[in-house]
Design a protein around this ligand. Sequence first.
Ligand code: NAD
Length: 490
Amino acid sequence: MMRQTAPQRTEQMYIDGAWLEAESAVSVTDLAEGGLFAEVAAADADRARAALAAADRVKPELRQTTVVERGQWCEAIAEGLRDRVDELAEVITREAGKPISSARGEVASAAERFDRAAEEARNIVSKGQFREGSTAGHEGWQAIVKHEPIGAVLCITPYNYPLATTALQVAPALAAGNSIILKPSSYTPVSAAILADVIADVEGIPTGAFNFVPGPGSEIGDVLSGDDRINAIAMTGSSGMGKHIARESGMVNLHLELGGNAPVIVFEDADLNAVAGACVSGSFKYGGQRCSAVSRVLAQESVHDELVEQMTAAMEGWQIGDLFNESTTLGPLISEGQADWVEELVEDAVDRGADLVRGGERTAPAGVPDELESQCFEPTLLANVPHDARILNEEQFGPVAVLTSFADQEEALEIANDTDLALDAAVFTSDYERALDVAERVDAGGVRINGAPSHGLGDIPFGGNKDSGIGREGIDASIHAMMRTKSIIL
Ligand code: NAD
């Protein structure tokens, strides 16, 4: 049972330029010290509709703004985030259960995304096109093709990078000149509330241009995503929820960043020491609650056992501990339900014959409140996982490194591509030709050669195939997706 304590913070929603209370609240657990961390005013359907009306009304006013002005707003927001880095890092640590050093890095990357969006929007807008007719009957036609805002963007964010993912949606949307409705994850709405506070303080942003609408997805999600006044939806979350939103949303520009199940293919000529380090951090960073986590290590049969040994050794530094200790690497998972899910997948793999090499228990070591024990899943290593185990095919989102073996390149690709999720992948080999061949043939939005999947801040387009999403995210890719062109024929 979670302790009943007074919340450390209370936050309001922000709609049409006003901070508003509500009758009900989203309760946020303190994953660092236990108890209730925050209560955040929860919007109902009427409040969601008020945000839609504001976001719609302000579209013409926003269209009149220049990219220079919008760039200045983004830079001011970046500055505002940097000014509150300590507060934001603490909040992310408590609401998301993220070690303090990673949380601090997340604030820095969110701020940088606002700076980069300002820069990229200027680049994009300044590069309109000139066209000339080249088909029969249109000789001599001349046209300019301009970029303009798409309208109102609904941003729906996940819990795992509550500020960085939010920035990766909100910064391009604002820089492009759109109005925004931000619906944060109900696990982690507090860092988004601080972002809203920072945005509310920036001079010049028209009233109604940014709306912060926390609340249960089941109550306000369809009201928001099904409304015709929304022109684009940027949603990052699970595949199931992405499909639901796609069904509800109708004629909008959809931008969905969904689940992953990244395979890492390791050939016998790879540098196994480097592989072990990359796979261990790729599997365990933030307890594996990352869409780009290393989900499946496919090792060539001849090196499987040695890789298990090296990865077991590399796991030493990965332990659950006090999240405010600078050297802590892991914390509790986001919820008990998430830990139940991970346990279910581990048990299934073991039942089918996988070796449980390490971990597998739920324990709360020193520095972690007892009440969070059921959410603490030990860093776990499974080896010789049979190819039909569910953990190879379903997104686990937990701290489990999963090793299975393959005979040759064809079998490796078969296993890698035999899943509905196709977000990220990696290949380790010293054979350049083979690396490129695998990179071409593996079904994924991105493939890293000799490194764990990673995309930096968003300069490299990022997104998934199959059930992993629609579209590519990144600073410039997202701005393009949140703008439309107009051809003016002269
Ligand atoms: P989730 O799908 O449970 O929730 C995502 C968001 O959808 C939340 O804000 C939630 O409140 C909202 N929502 C719930 N019901 C809704 C409805 N009816 N209409 C509209 N919105 C609704 O995801 P999560 O558990 O917060 O995040 C984890 C998932 O996100 C994982 O699957 C992970 O792979 C994925 N993810 C993907 C990327 C990527 O870039 N591809 C990045 C991070 C996380």
